[in-house]
Design a protein around this ligand. Sequence first.
Ligand code: NAD
Length: 294
Amino acid sequence: MKLGFIGLGIMGKPMVNNLLKAGNEVVVFDVIKENVDIAAGYGAVAAASSKEVAEQCSLIITMLPNSPHVKTVVMGENGVLEGAKEGTILVDMSSIAPLASQEICKACAEKGVKMIDAPVSGGEPKAIDGTMSIMVGGDKAVYDEVYDILMTMGGSAVYCGEIGAGNTTKLANQVIVALNIAAVSEAFMLSTKAGVDPIKVFDAIKGGLAGSTVMNAKIPMITEGNFKPGFKIDLHIKDLNNALETGHGVGAPLPFTSLAMEIFQNLRADGMGQCDHSAMVKYYEKLTGTEVRK
Ligand code: NAD
């Protein structure tokens, strides 16, 4: 099948690679030429704009940072809607605000383009393995049509409801991940300051109720002092911002999310916005003057 793919960052590149490995032809675009060159090295065909991708493909996937980027790529000058034929399907896999998904879907519908939101969790390792968890909102018939393509990149895909429901589900995921990283950082600082080796603590508790996918993924990074992203603090700030705005809009107070947000803001102010979100531990390290390392 011939597919378009726009947004070739940490996640987009391995997703394109998996689509190619499954035998698809993939036409790609990104504003960073180096990323396009890497995807071309996997066998993708480079296009000069999002419009050109849409002119060549009737199924287009986007994997961009946030709502404004998706709006620009889809609704902007030289964007998808300038090149798309009626009946084209747009699968936006970026994590954006649910209200933005609804707005973009409406603009698509006016041009006869069918859009679903299908954000993912799992991060770069699962994007590479093709085992991401995919959460989908939009027309169920469109979801059914693209299910096999989604499963080329994911280990599971769950239909969550109307357009925006995928991103609402993703916001819940991001709140849980942020608070889990905060809990892990706080607890491992406690045990480190009290003189117990963090690796021993990890080995002792990872199989119990406190164990989590977050702990399994992040404690090895934290104890090695490796904060290469992964998932950038800047992107997590974006997600928590979308969660807080959505929470305020629907009347769901998010007190712990606000705290996690302020910690991330503090780290960004310290120049760590491009670090992995596991660098949240550095906030506690600054407070105590002690590092959680093996
Ligand atoms: P990234 O910053 O590495 O990549 C984003 C890409 O989009 C970049 O290559 C950028 O050049 C491109 N881009 C931006 N504006 C563009 C435009 N106008 N036209 C074309 N390309 C444009 O981000 P990422 O880590 O790959 O994340 C992408 C999305 O997936 C985000 O919404 C993020 O929240 C979500 N996500 C990321 C992870 C992760 O672990 N990295 C996990 C799950 C979900």
